[in-house]
Design a protein around this ligand. Structure first.
Ligand code: NAD
Ligand code: IPM
Ligand code: MN
Length: 368
């Protein structure tokens, strides 16, 4: 019996999570996967009613779960950062979920805004470092509120933190499906026997301390993977190349902050925020891993029942990858592919008129 913690959260979080859970339930029956849910009432409403963000007791119970499904946090009535840092980042850090895995995959039948590009061109995997960098919350103010105010926010990068992330990326490159082999490689590289590519995305020309460490670590770890081409791009050029030549990317490894930014761009390449899934992984399994859409609570469309649930549903598939139940993961991805390649229900972000629940139902039906 696998214990799954559920944090529906704020805004569209509960709406999309309900569909993720409907798919989980149907897959559980079809594939004989036995699980137990424990739901956690955390987020803006709880905070506004009680002042509690993430009580110790909830952390303890979440720690007892094998995996966690999260919708989104962030509430227009709560100052920015209270919930995002207090719930999401706290769990990512406390549970040592040091990898944020964010696939960028264009499904056939989905329109990408990038002209003349299709599913063969848009298929990359972003490995985002998830426990360091500007996200550690190191910094502070002096003379706050005065004309001479100083605000400092420090990027923390450690050799072990960078190394485990970079190594994970090279391992992922080896694991990527055969179909994606040779992506971004020149003929000369292929002739030299290389099959895969990992691109480090950083800013070594400006961040000459932090990203020098990243570059040296990347080069050193990369020597253990002679079959994999090492590629480097500055983050600004990466944004340009993701749009102009997305087919040049296979696996990207990057810092926490840059990974956040380029994966919203990646979401757009694959058809929008409604399709981008992610996993916050504790690869050693010393604490639960957490699966969630890349998108936030989307207050502009919350409560209308029109949020796209596919990112949440595809995050459930990533949960099954992590739990090593590939049949269930594949079944979900095949069902999503089937729904998207045929005319059928689409939420408004994909140009349709269907509700969140109608799209969820279509995926459940396509599971069979
Ligand atoms: P957002 O991702 O919530 O929304 C950006 C845009 O994408 C909006 O126009 C929204 O309508 C659209 N969108 C998002 N999800 C969608 C879906 N499933 N279907 C259709 N359209 C969708 O980003 P934001 O507006 O910058 O942030 C809103 C709040 O969410 C903030 O409080 C932010 O801090 C928080 N946030 C939380 C998470 C998380 O919990 N993982 C992630 C990002 C942002
Ligand atoms: C994401 C979000 C979070 C991040 C915020 C809400 C803390 O934008 O998961 O991409 O920056 O990591
Ligand atoms: Mn983000």
């Amino acid at each position: 019996m696998v214990k799954i913690g559920v944090i529906p959260g704020d805004g569209v979080g509960p709406e999309v999570t309900a569909q993720g859970l409907a798919v989980l339930e149907a897959v559980g029956k079809l594939d004989g996967f036995r699980y137990e849910l424990e739901s956690f009432d955390l987020g803006g409403e709880r905070y506004l009613a009680t002042g509690e963000v993430l009580p110790e007791a909830a952390i303890g119970k979440l720690r007892g779960c094998r995996v966690i499904l999260l919708g989104a946090v962030g509430h227009p009535g709560v100052p920015p950062g209270v919930l995002e840092k207090g719930i999401l980042l706290k769990l990512r850090f406390d549970f040592q979920q040091y990898i944020n895995l964010r696939p960028v995959h264009l499904y056939p039948g989905v329109q990408t805004p990038i002209r003349d590009k299709g599913p063969d061109d848009i298929d990359m995997l972003v490995v985002r470092e998830n426990n360091e960098d500007l996200y550690v919350g190191a910094g502070g103010f002096t003379r706050k509120g005065t004309p001479e105010e100083v605000a400092i926010q420090t990027s923390v990068n450690t050799r072990p933190g960078v190394e485990r992330c970079v190594r994970f990326a090279f391992e992922q490159a080896r694991k990527r499906a055969e179909a994606g082999a040779f992506r971004g490689l020149s003929k000369a590289a292929r002739d030299a026997g290389l099959t895969r590519q990992v691109t480090l995305v950083a800013k070594t020309n400006v961040l000459t301390f932090a990203h020098d460490l990243w570059m040296r670590t990347f080069e050193e770890v990369g020597r253990d993977y002679p079959d994999i081409q090492r590629d480097y791009q500055h983050v600004d050029a990466c944004c340009m190349r993701m749009v102009v030549s997305p087919e040049k990317y296979d696996v990207i490894v990057t810092t926490n902050m840059f990974g956040d930014i380029i994966t919203d761009l990646g979401a757009v390449l694959q058809g929008g925020m409604g399709l981008a899934a992610s996993g916050n992984l504790n690869p050693e399994g010393t604490a639960p891993s957490m699966f969630e859409p890349v998108h936030g609570s989307a207050p502009d469309i919350a409560g209308k029942g029109i949020a796209n649930p596919l990112a949440s549903i595809l995050s459930v598939a990533m949960m099954f990858d992590h739990l090593k139940v590939p049949a269930a993961a594949d079944r979900i991805r095949r069902a999503v592919a089937r729904v998207l390649e045929q005319p059928g229900p689409r939420t408004p972000d994909l140009g349709g008129k269907a509700s969140t629940a109608e799209v969820g139902r279509a995926v459940v039906e396509a599971l069979h």
